[in-house]
Design a protein around this ligand. Sequence first.
Ligand code: HEM
Length: 192
Amino acid sequence: MEQVVRDLVALTGFSAQDSQILRENAAHLQQWTDELTKVFYDTLYAYPRTAQVFVDGERPHREITLHDWYLEVISGQIKPEFWQRQWFVGLMHIKRGVDNQFLFGILSRVQLFFMDKCYQDFDPVKATRVFVAFKRMTDVIAGLIVESYRQQYLHAVERASGINQALIHRMAVVETVRMIVEIRGEEQGSSS
Ligand code: HEM
């Protein structure tokens, strides 16, 4: 997990300054929690493929989860357990059948909701700074969730099948090259 955090931080440019901006504005950003939670679940419950992930009576529990997640994100207090908690979300999502396109779809909505709020409440320079801090932070989180999902999936297949991950990876590459050849033709497939 640590390497995945380092990769995401390096490539997004997420920094201590972003955490600080969130921390300094946390009291204000907290005011958006209920509205953000409502947008999040209204969207997921309105779309049949995401609505079917949830069981009857679950919404209040999920709202609390998201509420707490948002408050922790905007607190800008990043302890090692913080990244560990984001990593764990990927495992819960596998368990509950939350596909990664659902994650990215709703993340986009969360980020744009947050952006609108920033430009409504702050002057444009500050709005950009706060939004960028939140965007980098939540992009790192999404990357962690998606990668934990992928790694855990492989790990689970390794444990259940007894085939080690290096071999699973090799089989995936061989099969994929075969498929590329089918799709694009022999010459291109074998040259890439
Ligand atoms: C920005 C996107 C998302 C974030 C930040 C997020 C965050 C979380 C968090 C913090 C947890 C709790 C993990 C734990 O128990 O420690 C969780 C679990 C869960 N999430 Fe997500 N989630 C996202 C997207 C989604 C989407 C798109 C769905 C449904 C389509 C979904 C459905 C669930 C479900 C069903 C659980 C498991 C609850 C349980 O069984 O305890 N999440 N998520």
